[in-house]
Ligand binder design. Sequence first.
Ligand code: HQG
Length: 181
Amino acid sequence: ENDKQLKHISKFLSLVLRHKPETINIQLDENGWAEVDELIEKSNRKGVQFNRATLHHVVETNVKKRFAFNDSLDKIRASQGHSLQVELGYKNQKPPEILFHGTGEQSKQSILKKGLIRKARQHVHLSSDITTAKMVGQRHGKPFIFKVAALEMYNDNFAFFISENGVWLTDNVPSKYLRTE
Ligand code: HQG
């Protein structure tokens, strides 16, 4: 498989495992897991061709490590990014003092007013480094980076989670915890 095909499979997996499993008529369990055999069979039936070896290759080489297998390798799920309601089971943990959120310049005023809200996804996504936040922001236009006073939030009883692939997640960020400089 070339890079383009692998990317296509990865995008397809994001669609099925985060947003719309019904596109291939598969069900995820309450923790977001899909059966690997069923996923392969039903994807192939929909014309997205891959086998078990290719799936492992996609999971391993995915730059953002978006997907993970369970220990017995018979189930797979997205590690974060869902719009579906799933219980990922990450434990509340103490974040670093500052986390970053990259967005588009055009959303700055609205965010300052309403805080960061999760929109279609299950959580607001935060990054531990500016470079990642910038890349996330670029998806939305001219990037703008907010600093989030994460530790202060945590001390005020907001929950923080870190996904298996290193993305910090929280339910919402009220504007008083946002810094723009
Ligand atoms: C914005 C990718 C106006 C928010 C990335 C963002 C990430 C507001 C957009 C992951 C707002 C939602 C998530 C408010 C938030 N007013 N706009 N009050 N509050 N927003 O895509 O964080 O490649 O759902 O700033 O790398 O951009 O898919 O969230 O711009 O980790 O694995 O509403 O998606 O990962 O956009 O990206 P998104 P995001 P993957």
